[in-house]
Design a binder for this molecule. Structure first.
Ligand code: ADP
Length: 482
């Protein structure tokens, strides 16, 4: 029996992306399709999304979705069905999905994403003629009110739901005053409802309401039981016990494959690694770095505390002192940007950066860099290390979350067993990160070992096959369709 699943997300490639969530939401329909799941995705109608839809058909309408009129448009996400909540007052704005052009969060995000959740819950509950679903799958706080609205709907919505945490750091927490405006029954204001520390917690409400919780790696699923990672929700996660699953994200080999990547000057495989040299030269030119055979480190990241960029700033001199060079692509915190500019000015030809978001350049960096740095303080799954593995750009990662689950540290046993794929370090501090850089540069000097690490990483299967199967199995179990 084909299972009909409604995937509720605030971004999905190729239509709108600010981070890994978009990669996952965009890839999921294809990933679960071979396992008997027909997935429909529902997105908010940001300008980029409604523009891509063109003259789409409105299949439903709301006179008032938390006070705003809205229509439901039907289109396609790749070859899969897409639904779009078109409410211009809520979603049709210049700027990003969550923030204005100056980077300030929209002041009415609570209303925008409560309305989105409400609309998705209505669709999941059968409000639209001809649309029937067996299960709803909500991603992150922006979609988290959907399971809550489903649970607190007057008649109750019979279908089960899954709530996936892509990043516990973003929870959608608002003041108690919004509760009266959410259109929920008064009994939803409860410790096992939407109430959270005296306010309204969107992610909390979703986690309390969903039939199952997933997060994007087994290690992160364990870590969020700890206050250092659970960010206040560790107690809730611990109580949910075995209803919390960790399923690692996959990568889409149609997009991330060095054998076919159109962004690369030279495509290559694990059999023809020598061809990477041309990409390295091109990258050096592109970043105005000195040409050389020494290790070229790359970093593609949001510039935030989570990503450990402040500690990266501290180790740059050490990296350069050992003969390394660094090319960084990122955007975010202005103070971190300023620190990076200062480092580049200190080390002309050795450290160079591009501030901004550039998908094509990120491919060229994976295809030409020797090693990719991912010093995250926490990392639910992480994608850049997976791309690095697939491209022979050896990941140097903090031992946390999905980074710990996907990179095999080059200790002696792993090197001898030809299992090593990268370098991991414990604790995002100057001494541990600097030691990891020293170790990486030493490994780079041992040509055979380095090539073996690249090959092992490139041959590892990080496609969606296994994860697609795991999601499908969970859906079936919850829908009682085993
Ligand atoms: P997060 O979602 O926390 O930002 P992930 O590693 O899960 O981190 O996903 C980040 C995604 O965004 C990857 O696909 C990465 O290549 C991409 N990315 C991040 N910053 C940039 C940038 N400045 N330019 C291009 N791509 C970027």
């Amino acid at each position: 029996m084909t299972l009909r699943v409604l995937s509720i997300a605030s971004e999905a490639v190729p239509l709108i992306k600010t981070g890994g969530l978009a990669d996952v939401a965009g890839a999921l329909p294809d990933a679960v399709a071979p396992h008997g799941v027909a997935m429909t995705t529902i997105l908010p109608g940001y300008p980029a999304v409604t523009k891509a839809l063109g003259k789409a058909k409105a299949i439903h309408q709301w006179d008032s979705l938390l006070g705003e009129p809205a229509r439901l448009l039907a289109g396609k996400l790749g070859s899969h069905p897409l639904l779009v909540v078109d409410s211009p007052n809520l979603f049709s704005r210049d700027g990003g999905p969550y923030a204005d052009l100056a980077g300030r969060d929209w002041g009415d995000n609570w209303r925008r994403f409560a309305a989105f959740g409400r609309a998705a819950a209505d669709v999941a509950g059968g409000a639209v003629k001809g649309l029937v679903f067996d299960l709803a799958h909500a991603h992150d706080w922006q979609a988290a009110m959907a399971p809550a609205y489903m649970r607190f709907a007057p008649a109750g919505t019979a279908i089960p739901s899954v709530m996936t945490i892509h990043n516990m750091a973003f929870q959608g927490y608002y003041g108690a005053d919004i509760f009266a405006l959410l259109g929920l029954p008064s009994w939803a204001w409860a410790i096992d409802g939407v109430e959270y520390h005296g306010g309204v917690g969107f992610l909390k409400a979703g986690l309390e309401s969903a039939s199952a919780i997933t997060t994007v790696s087994p290690t992160y699923a364990r870590e969020i039981r700890d206050p250092a990672f659970g960010m206040g929700l560790e107690g809730l996660i611990t109580t949910k016990g075995d209803r919390v699953h960790g399923i690692v994200n996959g990568i889409d080999p149609a997009v991330w494959n060095p054998e076919t990547d159109q962004h690369l000057l030279q495509t290559y495989s694990w059999r023809s690694l020598a061809r990477r040299a041309a990409n390295k030269r091109a990258l050096e030119r592109e970043f105005h770095l000195e040409q050389g055979d020494g290790p070229l480190f790359v970093c593609v990241t949001r510039l935030t505390w989570q990503k450990g960029i402040d500690v990266l700033l501290e180790v740059i001199d050490h990296l350069v002192g050992l003969g390394g060079r660094l090319a960084l692509l990122g955007a975010g915190d202005p103070a971190l940007e300023a620190g990076l500019h200062a480092a580049a000015a200190r080390h002309p030809g050795r450290v160079s950066l591009r501030i901004g978001y550039d998908e094509a350049l990120s491919h060229r960096m994976q295809g030409g860099g020797d090693a990719i740095l991912v010093p995250s303080r926490f990392e639910p799954c992480g994608l850049t290390q997976l791309y690095g593995l697939a491209y022979g750009c050896v990941p140097v990662v903090a031992h946390t979350g999905g980074l710990a689950d996907t990179v095999v540290d080059a200790n002696l046993a792993a090197i001898n067993g030809q299992a090593a794929t990268g370098v991991t370090f414990h604790g995002v501090t100057y001494p541990s990160f600097a030691a990891a850089i020293t170790r990486t540069i030493a490994l780079y000097g041992q040509c055979d070992v380095w090539t073996q690490m690249q090959r092992t990483g490139m041959k590892t299967d990080f496609s969606w096959k296994r994860s697609g199967q795991a999601y499908a199995a969970l859906y079936r179990q919850l829908a009682g369709a085993e």
